[in-house]
Design a protein around this ligand. Structure first.
Ligand code: MLT
Length: 258
C-alpha cells in the first residue's frame, strides 16, 4: 500500500484488524519484508503495520540525510492516513532509533516500545569514524558495501546456516542507490543520544539483544539496560534475532506485547 509524505511515495504493509496495532520498524538496508513472518503470526490478535522507511524497500527517500526524526515524521503521517491513534512499536536496529525518535516526538501515540538489536545510545566517536569510512566505501562501490555489511550481521557460526536468508536480504538491498545508503548512514551517525529519554519513558519498554551481536555488543547493551532499568531478554545469535532465534523471539513477544 502507498501513502504520500512530503510529495514522496511511501510504501507499507498492513495485515489484520483490531483495536491494538503493532508498528514494526525495520533496520538499515532492510524493508517491511523482514516482518512478514511476524505479521502472519500476530495478525489474528493485532493489527500489524510495517512501513518501508525513507529510501528503503519501495519507499522513496527525501534529501541527503535521513534524520531519525524525518523517518519518525513519515511514520506519523502513515498513522494519520490509517487513523491509528496509538501503537506498540517494535524497532529493529535503525528501526529502534526511529522508534525512540517517534516516542519522543509523539508520546501520546505510543503504548509500548520494544528495541530489538538496538540501543538508545548515540554513535561513539569511533563508530562515527567507521560511518565515514563506510560512506567512502559506498561512494566507491555501493554493491560491495551492501554485500559485506549484510554478511557481517549474523553471528559467525550462523553465516552458513542462514546463507539463503542472507542472499535474499542482499538481493533486496542492492537496488538501493548510493545516495539512499549514504543518507541513512549520515542520519544514524548524527542521531541523538536518547538514554535519558529511554530511562524516563513512562510506557512499558524492553530491550531484546543478540548474545553475539557484532553491531550492538551484549556487554554494552546490558549496561544500558541496567542504567535505564529496562527488562533485557537475550536471544541466541547476532544482530538478526528475527532470523537467528525466531521461535524464541516470537515466544518473548507473545508474552510481552500488551
Ligand atoms: C541496522 O541494522 O539497522 C544498523 O546496522 C544499525 C547501525 O548501524 O547502527
Amino acid at each position: 500500500m502507498q501513502y504520500i509524505y512530503k510529495q514522496s511515495s511511501q510504501h507499507y504493509v498492513k495485515i489484520g484488524t483490531g483495536p491494538k496495532t503493532i508498528l514494526l520498524l525495520h533496520g538499515f538496508l532492510e524493508s517491511s519484508r523482514m516482518w512478514q513472518f511476524f505479521m502472519n503470526h500476530f495478525y489474528p490478535s493485532y493489527q500489524t503495520l510495517a512501513p518501508d522507511l525513507l529510501g528503503h524497500g519501495s519507499s522513496e527517500g527525501i534529501g541527503y540525510v535521513y534524520h531519525m526524526e524525518d523517518m519518525a515524521a513519515a511514520v506519523n503521517s502513515l498513522l494519520e492516513v490509517e487513523k491509528i491513534p496509538k501503537v506498540s512499536i517494535i524497532g529493529h536496529s535503525m528501526g529502534g532509533y526511529v522508534a525512540l525518535a517517534f516516542a519522543e516526538m509523539f508520546p501520546d501515540k505510543v503504548a509500548q516500545v520494544i528495541l530489538l538489536n538496538s540501543t538508545p545510545q548515540a554513535d561513539s566517536s569511533e563508530r562515527k569514524l567507521n560511518r565515514d569510512r563506510a560512506i567512502e566505501l559506498v561512494k566507491k562501490n555501493k554493491d560491495a558495501f551492501i554485500r559485506m555489511s549484510i554478511a557481517n550481521l549474523l553471528a559467525e557460526k550462523n553465516r552458513e546456516r542462514y546463507f539463503d536468508e542472507l542472499e535474499s536480504l542482499k538481493e533486496e538491498a542492492l537496488p538501493m542507490t548510493a545516495q539512499q545508503v549514504v543518507a541513512s548512514l549520515e542520519g544514524m551517525k548524527i542521531r541523538k543520544n536518547r538514554v535519558q529519554f529511554w530511562k524516563e519513558i513512562s510506557v512499558p519498554k524492553m530491550i531484546i539483544a543478540g548474545r553475539e551481536d557484532p553491531i550492538i555488543p551484549l556487554d554494552e547493551i546490558q549496561k544500558i539496560a541496567d542504567q535505564t532499568t529496562t527488562p533485557l531478554r537475550v536471544m541466541d545469535g547476532g544482530h538478526l534475532s528475527y532470523i537467528e532465534d525466531r521461535e524464541n523471539l516470537i515466544k518473548v513477544l507473545s508474552k510481552e506485547l500488551i
